[in-house]
Design a protein around this ligand. Sequence first.
Ligand SMILES: [Fe+2]
Length: 367
Amino acid sequence: MKFTPIKDVKPGKVLAKPIYGYEGRVLLQDNVVLKQSYIDKIEALGYNGIYVKDPVTRDIKIKEVVPEEIKQASINIVKKSFQAIERHMSLSGEQIQNIKKGVNDLLREIMSDRSLVVDMVDLKRFDDYTFHHSVNVTILSIITGISMGLTHGDLFRLGLGALLHDVGKTRVPKKILNKPGKLNDEEFEIIKKHSQEGYDLLKEKEDIPPTSSTIALFHHEKVNGTGYPHGKKGEETHLFSQIVSVADVYDALISDRPYRKGFTPSEAMEYLLGCSGESFDREVVKHFFRKVAPYPTGTEVLLSDGRLAVVARNYEGLPFRPALRVFRDSHGREMEPYEIELCDPQHLSITFEPVDHKQKNDKLLQR
Ligand SMILES: [Fe+2]
């Protein structure tokens, strides 16, 4: 299967992964032949691309770190919990148990194959952003924690804090949270309060370990002390909040938002590397890189010699050296597909448009 940007999907293509609509309901099953009306509907839901069946990639399999049904169930748990907080200003014991069950379900799936790499383009919709984002941040944080050798108990506490890291956003007016444009200074100050608000909400719950609630407080701090709410330096925060900080920014960057287009995974990786040691802990970024593929399997890439290929496999610890299936020569001519391993010594690399970081406004990245 091949990941195809939605603008390039043509009627007649066969869907390779189901499409989910509101509340996580399956809107289109895999193997459906796409009509233009289906493609329009998928685009209207905010999907930036989909997986389709393709002769070049017929035998290429993509392993999900967490099955989509489990992920959707976790998204629904977060959604219900956040909505309950908006109504009652607090989390009930029953809701905390549901959230813990959601973390355990995610953890069990991720632990079932510790060598897995996050190797899929996340198919995102516009709606449910905060909830979907919370679950993605949890998966990315747990997988980074595994690479760092955390114990099962620590992975659970990390996952719980990651799932609830933005719980303070339930106290930010929706008008500001969903503003389709640049925030002014006053609005940004209000957004920034969500770290402290989230911590205040969680710290009084006996069922939530302090290391988990601390993640809500510190996830926007930076290792050089220029973050918020307290401008604490790396060593003054907690390893878990530094892991969540990297996962949070990465997932926010690769998401399309009403006020900007998302980065590609490789662009987001470049950003993380560029800020490593200043905004983010170097060690955390290094482990994140071991587990998250900048060129997910099934995506098209351009080689430095002009050949066009699809990523066939990724390897843990070799983020920029996947196996590729070449299908066009350097003159753009179609050819019988063949595989090359980028980890073999050769003067060849994947090329991509560099990110102009000056164009990226911090206030847009950090919401
Ligand atoms: Fe946040």
